[in-house]
Design a binder for this molecule. Sequence first.
Ligand SMILES: [Zn+2]
Length: 228
Amino acid sequence: MNKIIEKAASRVRSRKPSPGGSTSDSKTLKNQGSNASCLNISSTNTLGYGNLRCAVALPEGEDLNEWIAYHISDFYKQTTMLYGAILPKCTTANCPTMSAGKHCYGYLWQEVSGSTPKPLPAAEYVDNLMTWINELLEDEKMFPSAINLPFPAQFRDNAYKIIKRLFRVYAHIYLHHLQDVREMKMEPHLNSSFKHFIFFVQEFQLISAEELKPLQEVIDVLTKKVPC
Ligand SMILES: [Zn+2]
């Protein structure tokens, strides 16, 4: 298992269960669909990192590939920690396949290029995904850490693929584990992290409207226009 996920999961396992916590709420929530009004997301329930919409814009003189690589590494860490926290609840029984909304969007895992994509339990899908991203991040040819080393020609393709797949992790957490997140008092962290992520996605148009649909109403609530 991915080390960061395991670390976050063990931290949660060692906590005492929160009083009044129940899994039935999260079941009800699953059936309520994917909109923010049902999820009751509030734009003010964030950590208040200042104006994130402005913070994601490419600074003058900055290399776009460097900027994208920096953010991917950051979003990877954030999603790994957030998902790791709810991992104990993301069992094969609760989440037999990786999806965003019970009847909405199912995601298939393709082991290698050319192989037939297949459904996996959500935890296995996310573990495979985070392992794949981690391997890319540690590959000096793909994500060079030295400033003077050039990024490879396929960097953008891989970067966009990573971003698209990280979105699925946020979508799964929101649509299947929001009650778990709330019980752990982590909703401001989730909202702030996703808000930052989605501003970055919008700034560089990294994910299609179709792919974003499962969380469209959450996005609308969290990204209400703020002037830069
Ligand atoms: Zn799950």
